[in-house]
Ligand binder design. Sequence first.
Ligand code: ATP
Ligand code: MG
Length: 417
Amino acid sequence: MKIRAVRGTRDILPDEIPAWQTLERAAHGLLGRYGYREIRTPVFEETELFARGIGAETDIVTKEMYTFDDRDGSSLTLRPEATAGIVRAVIEHNLMNTDPALKVYALGPMFRRERPQKGRYRQFHQLDVEAFGLTSPTIDAEMIEVAVAYLEACGVRQHQLVLNSVGDQHCRPAYVETLRTALREHAPSMCGDCQRRAETNPLRVLDCKVPDDQKMIEGLPKITGHLCADCRDHFAEVCRQLKLLGIPYRLSHRLVRGLDYYVRTTFEILSGELGAQNSVLGGGRYDGLVRDLGGPEVAGTGFAVGLERLALLMPAGESEGRCDVFLAPLTSEALDPALVLQRDLRQAGVRAMLDPEGRSFKSRMKQADKLGARFVAILGDDEAARGVWTIRDMERSEQEDVPEGRILEHLKEKTNG
Ligand code: ATP
Ligand code: MG
């Protein structure tokens, strides 16, 4: 029986890697300029962390987690998102003590047992960006600025920012009750999921995608009209700063996001080019989370980018040659000098390769071509007798003799090694 990759997982093959390296480099470069430092946390954690951190009633926790018993009976879970683990690490290592405005980011795989389809996998990757200890609306706006700048740095031009405020502990509970009451009237006609959510987590009804429910949802009371003065001011300032920074956005009172921990600002960036899975990144403010997970009372804001979806949106790069100099020792005596030259070139920073299988001259030239080699260095009987290498310039279709003693310097100069 053939063993295949597990359903919902995928290999990122060498041809796709340039895009991934570009998006990783862009993350390190851009986030460094905004004062973020990288953090790496484990891919599995105690199940309790996610149950508490994400919310027991969320889809992720009720349906999508990869949870298993360890051999000692403790319950572990493959992380479905990065924030909970990062918050755990921030608390465990008292990072807030040394850095009252802590800015960190992480790159890595996440695991959710969802129905696999284009842009939706069971193992997928995220870039996760988090700032702790900052309550000002300025950080919400900056977070959004970073998110947009990151997509632009990856070459993504078509995107749409959607923004909302979901209130806080002062105004949201009353709104949720209003919503629950309003939903009771509609209960019989709603989809099954919404009937359940109407009782357990009414806010989640707002991002139901079932077509028949849309009209009812549009008629529900909107959070926008129920924000307290502080939340209203905070949101107005976020919007003002986005305008100042020239970042266009669309308001949507239905953007509540899937995780329970959000307060005030929530945002998402969508792309029409992604089809049904159109959200490339999402985030917001989560001021109570650190406290809820046993840490100090510090604010948090952040977002997560889905890297598979981002890679789909990135423009195809020029495929780059993999080799500067292809060495062609044509006789068995030529092998040793070729091996030494190959090592010396590589040490000098030149990408050098040779064909250790000793195939025909023609097939070696074909190989050099396929690897995108700019030069081929040939050493046959004729060259050996004259103490030279033949250097063929593949771009210009020219060749010249270069004395043995000068060959390394010559190739280094030609390739800027
Ligand atoms: P969606 O609405 O697509 O289910 P989400 O709200 O569950 O997204 P978040 O938890 O906010 O997503 O994660 C942030 C980003 O991670 C998403 O915008 C998306 O790009 C990506 N993402 C989430 N789940 C998956 C998945 N199963 N496969 C691939 N990417 C995903
Ligand atoms: Mg989801």
